[in-house]
Design a binder for this molecule. Structure first.
Ligand SMILES: [Zn+2]
Length: 428
């Protein structure tokens, strides 16, 4: 089931990717108004870029580029577009992505590999607990991938624990696709309603949106809390509309595998130069085989590490660790730098906290202030003290913490226009 290329030597994979990259450069030169202009400005010829290392010779593509010149990234006529998806831009307007028929096929192939890696087989049933519409690409990609794999799908969508449990008990899915913190809600609902979740049909969950692994690939507190209660496998998957590709964990749970036929990745420092394997840097991607809106050296803003030691599953491809943060969400706090995911995970340590929202703002002396708004079962001063001590010990920061009522937080966190819960607000 594993494509041949994924078990070849590193050199073979590099050569394979270099050949695909050359094709990609030729395609952009021929079809992309944005890259035609850029190649001309930077004196890039068809033979300037022959290898992944040569990508250093061309400047990166930013989210601002995508937003300002959105139309110029399209390489095909509008009549060839079969599906539109959008991502939120940094400057206000969304960025539009189009997919051709072949792009949808590529997306399906990508998700098929991703699900196979997590152990989903032909004939298995998977319950989709994320949104399929609202111009998001992910839900559609899961559907197409599972269909291509020959698996069945129950499209329940986001939220609504009673309907989720009704579907699980009725159709007996083996896998779920879900936001991991929602699994805690599912467990809570099951406990309150005497549903025997521990012996349900569910064996594994493909998890999106929140980190399941720490920097050194150990289970996060969130993953531990779920698995303490419910003995199921939790697989991380990481993808974005811009990448049109996913990095999903195999049965070794040690970061998401790279698929060489779909994407080239670089992990870079502030100056867009590669960092050493295992070091934290920003992920920069070059899509392979995309027709409508291919991207070259796109800066994702996601801070990740590349793990290159051979995986025990037999694939020789590298893996990406968890997204440790978004570059623009880096918080500078009294000489420490940190990212929201580490704080979310620290909050996950406390079962009393039912909802939380982290807000970052700048104070008058130009340093960042951290405010955590929580809805908690325990609202005593002692509990606040315990929280602060834990944060200080674990992350070397002492946030301000205030109690809120459930409804106030719910309204902000579960915004119907957002695919993922909003648990971080940046006011800087
Ligand atoms: Zn593996």
């Amino acid at each position: 089931m594993i494509p041949d290329i994924e078990t070849q030597s590193i050199t073979d994979i590099e050569n394979f990717q270099n050949a695909l990259l050359q094709k990609q450069i030729a395609y952009l030169l021929e079809n992309s108004p944005f890259y035609q202009r850029r190649f001309k400005a930077e004196n890039i010829q068809i033979d300037t870029i022959k290898t992944v290392e040569d990508l250093q010779k061309i400047s990166v593509t930013t989210k601002a580029d995508l937003q300002m010149y959105n139309q110029d990234f399209f390489c095909v006529d509008k009549t060839e577009i079969r599906d539109y998806a959008t991502t939120s831009g940094t400057l206000g307007d969304p960025v539009t992505f189009g997919l051709t028929d072949n792009d949808l096929e590529r997306l399906a192939y990508n998700e098929m590999l991703s699900f196979q890696g997590a152990g989903v087989q032909k004939g298995d049933l998977v319950q989709l607990m994320t949104t399929m519409d609202r111009r998001f690409m992910a839900g559609l990609a899961y559907f197409l991938g599972l269909r291509k794999l020959g698996a069945g799908i129950v499209r329940v969508g986001a939220g609504v624990p009673p309907l989720q449990w009704d579907s699980i008990l009725r159709y007996q899915p083996k896998f779920l696709i879900a936001v991991p913190s929602f699994l805690l809600k599912m467990i809570e609902y099951a406990e309150e309603n005497n549903i025997d979740y521990k012996s349900s049909s569910v064996k594994g969950v493909i998890c999106i949106g929140e980190a399941l692994r720490t920097t050194d690939l150990q289970p996060t507190l969130l993953a531990q809390r779920i698995q303490e209660k419910w003995n199921i496998n939790l697989f991380s998957t990481y993808a974005s509309t811009e990448m049109s590709a996913a990095f999903t964990e195999c049965n070794q749970f040690a970061g998401g595998h790279h698929h060489p036929e779909l994407i080239i990745s670089e992990i870079v420092n502030e100056n867009n130069e590669p960092v050493a394997n295992g070091e934290l840097g920003e992920l920069v991607v070059t899509t392979l085989g995309v027709e409508a809106m291919p991207l070259l050296r796109f800066k994702t803003g996601d801070m990740v590490r590349k793990h290159t030691e051979k995986c025990k599953c037999g694939r020789s491809t590298y893996r990406l660790g968890p997204v440790e943060g978004r570059k623009q969400q880096m918080i500078k706090y009294k000489g420490t730098t940190l990212y929201p995911p580490a704080m979310h995970d620290a909050v996950a340590h406390f079962k009393e906290i039912k909802l939380h929202l982290i807000e970052i703002s700048s104070n008058e002396i130009g340093t960042d202030e951290i405010l955590i708004r929580i809805f908690s079962e325990d609202t005593t001063d002692e509990f606040i003290g315990k929280l602060k001590d834990y944060f200080r010990a674990r992350l070397r920061v002492t946030p301000q913490i205030i109690f809120e009522d459930e409804l106030t937080l719910q309204k902000i966190i579960y915004d119907p226009l957002s695919r993922k819960p909003i648990t971080f607000i940046d006011k800087r």
